[in-house]
Design a protein around this ligand. Structure first.
Ligand code: TYM
Length: 332
């Protein structure tokens, strides 16, 4: 079976609809056709400063949400990145074949380091995409399901795989990005030209899976919409309404055309009110199940240890091959 790998940061208290619709929702579907590896990337989560008292719990909340939306530890390998030391080990080697200029061209680094003030941005933030490449290449992943914002990082992963193979002999599968166009960029409710983002959107611009659904409904009611009154899908001219239609369609399973037809002659207010209801129905069982997993943290931690063991069984041999090719002693 072909393999997929993807990861998500545990930085936030809750995933938002962009994370779910752009990536995690697809992970669930891919479990059945792929040998799937999904990882809570806590090593990535310390690149921009963090609270050590919160980190492990955030990883648990992240894992609980992933289980709650439908990842099944019987059908996929779910683990926490820091429990698989091979990620950091491979990242070092890949860092040594990455150009300084090449890493400096990553737009996410440029954006985030600018926001933090360039002097304060960490070297870890700079090498973040190299660690991401290690995550992917360790598992010989064929496909990587992510949102549009990860496209450039995926290109880097491909370049590093090819470069390593050329320099040291065939070792890595060159991964393909798996980006589902319709939901690849969910936008900020308050600024429908920007992506919905935990780090840069205002709280009113993002819908969290674990927040009170009444709060989500309120944010949706106050979403910035476009001039005119007609409910049509036009991402260029009507980015606000189009974003609401995208979310509505993805959560309800109804096609955009069907929705447009159903709302002919109705106003933005009707659409927003109904979408608030759709979100409420969608998040209610997810919130219940998340609470259920978090009620037994010892069991959750055990499940993650089992996941890490399964992950290491694949990552270990890859790292061993890498060590041999580059001339290190074998890992012990
Ligand atoms: P993170 O945690 O920032 O985001 C997790 C996933 O959510 C997607 N996403 C979105 N998709 C659509 N619309 C949005 N507004 C939106 N916001 C976020 C992201 O594209 C991502 O797929 N660097 C990765 C984490 C990572 C990773 C990896 C991914 C680490 N190692 C290996 C794949 C493979 C990230 O940004 O996660």
């Amino acid at each position: 079976r072909p393999r997929v790998l993807s990861g998500i940061q545990p930085t936030a208290d809750s995933f938002h609809l962009g994370n779910y619709l752009g990536a995690v929702g697809h992970w669930v579907a891919l479990q059945d056709t792929y040998d799937a590896f999904y990882c809570v990337v806590d090593l990535h989560a310390i690149t921009a400063g963090h609270d050590p008292r919160m980190l492990a719990q955030r990883s648990r909340v992240a894992a609980a949400q992933l289980l709650a939306v439908g990842l099944d530890p019987e059908r996929c390998t779910l683990f926490v990145q820091s429990q698989v030391p091979e990620h950091a080990q491979l990242a070092w080697v890949l860092g040594c074949i990455t150009g300084f200029g090449e890493a400096g061209r990553m737009t996410q680094f440029k954006d985030k380091s600018q926001r933090q003030g360039n002097e304060r941005a960490s070297v870890g933030l700079f090498t973040y995409p190299i660690l991401q490449a290690a995550d992917i290449l360790l598992y010989q992943a064929d496909a990587v399901p992510v949102g549009e914002d990860q496209r450039q990082h995926l290109e880097l992963s491909r370049d590093l795989a090819q470069r390593f193979n050329t320099l040291f002999g065939p070792t890595f599968t060159v991964p393909e990005a798996h980006i589902v166009k319709d939901t690849a960029k969910i936008t900020d409710l308050q600024d429908p030209t920007a992506k919905m983002s935990k780090s840069s959107s205002s709280p009113a611009g993002i819908v969290l899976l674990l927040e009170d659904a009444a709060r989500s409904a309120k944010k949706i009611r106050s979403a910035v919409t476009d001039t005119g009154q007609e409910i049509v899908f036009d991402a260029q001219q009507k980015p606000g309404v189009s974003n609401l239609l995208t979310i509505y369609s993805a959560l309800s399973g109804r096609s955009i055309d069907d929705l447009v037809a159903a709302y002919a002659g109705k106003g933005y207010g009707d659409l927003k009110k109904d979408l608030g209801e759709v979100v409420r129905e969608f998040v209610a069982p997810i919130q219940d199940r998340t609470r259920g997993y978090l009620a037994d943290p010892a069991q959750l931690d055990r499940l993650l240890v089992t996941g890490a063991q399964k992950a290491r069984a694949v990552a270990g041999p890859t790292l061993r091959a890498v060590y041999e090719r580059v001339g290190f002693f074998p890992p012990v």
